[in-house]
Write a protein that binds this ligand. Sequence first.
Ligand code: MSP
Length: 477
Amino acid sequence: MSDKNFYITSPIFYPNANLHMGHAYTMTLCDAIARHQKLVNKKEVLFLTGSDENTGKVVKAAEDSDVSVDIFLENITSGFRNLYTALGIDYDIFVRTTDKEDHWPGAIDMWQKLSATGDIYKSKYVGLYCPQCEAFYTEKELIEGKCPLHGIVPETLEEENYFFKLSKYTGEIKSRILSDELKISPETRKNEILALLDRGLEDVSFSRPASTVPHAIPVPNDPDQVMYVWCDALTSYITGVGFGTDDAAFNKWWPASVHVIGKDILRFHAAIWPAMLLSAGLPLPKELLVHGFILSGGQKMSKSRGNVVDPLDLITEYGAEAVRYYLLAKISPFEDGDLTLESFKNAYNGELANGLGNLVSRILTMAETYLDKPIAGAKLANSEEISRAMETHEVQKAMGHIWNEISGLDAYIQMNQPFKVIKVDPEQGKDQVLFLVKKLQEISFMLEPFLPETSLKIQQLIRENKKPETPLFVRKD
Ligand code: MSP
């Protein structure tokens, strides 16, 4: 992939239920990074997302809601897209792993490549299986003999499966991660995976009996088995850009610039995925950006705790830009973050209604009153500080810089009081207003990757030399 291109992916989410705040976070983070690359770094950007559809979770959820798997998936994935539209997520590709035309040929091709390398073999698998997780656990991983996530005693299950020789790649993956050829951000996650690699990797089960998920991708030459999530879901990052169907597109976009993932799926992305790529003779992605979890009041959001904050509800009440603001300014991409209705409202009132919104009204009211014409509107380069912060995905720092500028202008108005100066010294007063409008224009440009709609609204008002007819962010009590 050329340096002019930038390929970013989100995980492909399970469509067994609607998306929650954690997913909204990942997507907003990806979107801000993608928009920054496009607007500021002038890259040609491709942003891939999708849904991980060939799983038992989906079969169960469809049964529970009494519809066919197809219809269930249609409904849920259109819900995904609605949330993205509502949040202003500018994705380019949405991979559905049930897509037989665009996804299956590449997944099958991948399987065949691994098989040709001699890295896939058949064996009996006896394991402790949690049907809720759809995963096998080792004794060591259980807590008091129970699934660490669901607290249920796993079933002993024996299956004839295909396996992938993950163990063979431990050393190679380690050296690629140590040398940052496969960069893992932040450093804490890099160390976490290196520690895991030091303990060694075991081969992983790579297929399931076809009866478990009848709609999944059949294993080549063995219709009794279907591919398990690894060769199916991880491969979406390459099938989505043409692997198995369009070589030119694939060569243009692969390797990915960055896979954005949450901390719970680090092992899959930093061990299994690179091993598969090495086995297939394909380049590794350049970077994994691993974010934490969004909690609410320090705890996981859950219905039983009653602390669930739904992204669509927040968008309805406060607008998408407010949700984007909170996720980008208040949640670190490197650690767990927190969001409660209270913290959200405080940030909204303090930093959007009283902060940015109020500043826009004050400056543009003066501009409309005292300037005879709009300022000339050359598009300025983005700030050094923001570019530096975004290089290392320090999105919070970038947002902090913009809000410092906002406070700086508030302080300037407070100190100089241009609306008073203009009465005694019109020239000087006008100069001060001009200065403020220009600075506001700079702020609006800086905001574009993060709050695109607000940014364009401010740019438009400046072009028309008009104050907003209604506040940009109405205060909530
Ligand atoms: N389908 C797999 C991923 C396959 S990628 C080839 C999957 N899907 S998921 O629907 O469970 O979504 C997982 C993503 O959401 C992960 O990145 C995970 O970390 C993220 N989150 C789940 N809960 C979260 C929070 N509470 N906060 C932030 N992100 C969280 O796993």
